[in-house]
Design a protein around this ligand. Structure first.
Ligand code: AMP
Length: 397
């Protein structure tokens, strides 16, 4: 079992990924690899076989997609004359159509600055499109086992040049009774290949599968530490939706907060929070797409000089915003994307300044908080403030 590194210092740039891949990661808005990515990507790039214990929501898909895209574009396949040829070089086996579609989408996202071609192959849809794509030539096949075997029997797909095999959600594939199909498929792919196995759990059946198909695998598992800045103290405040502004005023009163960056989901939300704070005697200003550039610059200057203690922003407005020395980030609304959480929190805890990051969670935001916790690989402590909390029954996870 490999050990966790200090994720706070891990960045995508230190993996030796092709510039086109790093650009795609950047376009996706990711600043730091998730814990499973931090472990899996360097090992996959070395060509090792891997058993990765990771659930959906941990960023596992990019954990195998990024190194595969890197490999395919940095070592193009050519014939004896040196002309580029297109053969299936990576096969991703998944239990369901939904997952096949998601993994396909990941290859499109991370391979967007290359000319890689990916085809999803699953049952329940017409063979025609799949046949056409295969005939035209593809680099990556993402498939459910049953439909793939149909194609193999018709000899419409060949794996003679396969370099990487991924078994995604291996435990689920076995639960669904796909063991015979997996055996059949693995028999027909070259023995000299890299095999990456992802599974949420490790029952004896998955271990047996790994022993059969993998060579000297490294086992990676998410630790308990997070990749978000380690000096940041996170907390989630369960709060009724209608009480968020009151809770905000309460926290601003009781905590020693020098400079606070508050995030709301909408522009209107930002304006409303500012009005409420000003009514309560707290100097605040909003920063969002409806504000002119000069208004934004002035707001930022005043905030930096300490004339305004509270800046209320939407996610769009904070991109590229360089404010150092923020003592607190408050997610008035839970971010819609896990990556936005990482971005927002990245605003504090920078340059040795330690900061706190509070997230207000109303009942409809519980599942998003859980998704974020899976991505950052960390459970965020809940703090219940009597009179504001929506009830402890909703807290158990
Ligand atoms: P997965 O576990 O692969 O299904 O990914 C879960 C979610 O995490 C997806 O919405 C990804 O876009 C997102 N994600 C993957 N990697 C990162 C990252 N390094 N930073 C932030 N979000 C990520």
């Amino acid at each position: 079992m490999s050990t966790m590194k200090a994720e706070a210092e891990v960045s995508f740039d230190q993996f030796e990924l092709a510039p086109q891949v790093l650009q795609a990661v950047h376009d996706a808005g990711y600043t730091h690899p998730t814990p499973i990515q931090a472990e899996a990507i360097p090992l996959a790039l070395e060509g090792r076989d891997l058993i990765a214990l990771a659930q959906t929501g941990t960023g596992k898909t990019a954990g195998f997609t990024l190194p595969i895209v890197h490999r395919l574009i940095s070592e193009p396949l050519t014939d004896a004359e040196g002309t580029a040829v297109r053969k299936v070089r990576a096969l991703i086996l998944v239990p369901t159509r939904e997952l096949a579609a998601q993994v396909e989408e990941s290859f499109r996202k991370y391979g967007k600055h290359s000319d890689l071609r990916v085809v999803p192959i699953y049952g329940g849809v017409s063979m025609d499109a799949q046949l056409k794509a295969l005939k035209a030539g593809v680099d990556v096949v993402v498939a459910t086992p049953g439909r793939l075997i149909d194609h193999m029997e018709r000899e419409t797909v060949s794996f003679s040049d396969l370099e990487v095999l991924v078994l995604d959600e291996a435990d689920r594939m076995l639960d669904m009774g796909f063991a015979p199909q997996l055996n059949r498929i693995v028999r027909e792919v070259p023995p000299y290949r890299q095999t990456l196995l992802f599974s949420a759990t490790m029952p004896p059946e998955v271990e047996a599968l790994a022993r059969k198909y993998l060579r000297k695998p490294v086992v990676v598992q998410i630790g308990r530490r997070s990749e978000t800045a380690s000096s940041v103290t996170h907390a989630v405040y369960p709060v009724a939706h209608s009480k968020k502004t009151d809770l905000l005023v309460e926290l601003l009163k009781n905590f020693d907060m020098d400079s606070v960056l508050i995030f709301t989901r909408t522009k209107h939300g930002a304006d409303r929070v500012v009005r409420h704070l000003e009514d309560g005697g707290v100097k605040a200003t909003a920063m969002h797409a409806d504000k002119s550039q000069s208004e934004r610059t002035r707001a930022l200057e005043e905030f930096k000089q300490g004339k305004i203690r509270v800046l209320v922003a939407t996610d769009i407005a904070q991109r590229g915003l360089d404010v150092t020395g923020i003592s607190h980030v408050i997610n008035y609304d839970v971010p819609q994307q896990p990556e936005d959480y990482v971005h927002r929190i990245g605003r504090t805890g920078r340059a040795a300044a330690s900061g706190d990051a509070f997230t207000f969670m109303s009942p409809d935001e519980i599942s998003m908080v859980r998704t974020i916790e899976r991505v950052i690989g960390q459970q965020i402590p809940r703090i219940s403030v009597p009179g504001f909390d929506f009830g402890t029954s909703a807290l158990s996870s």
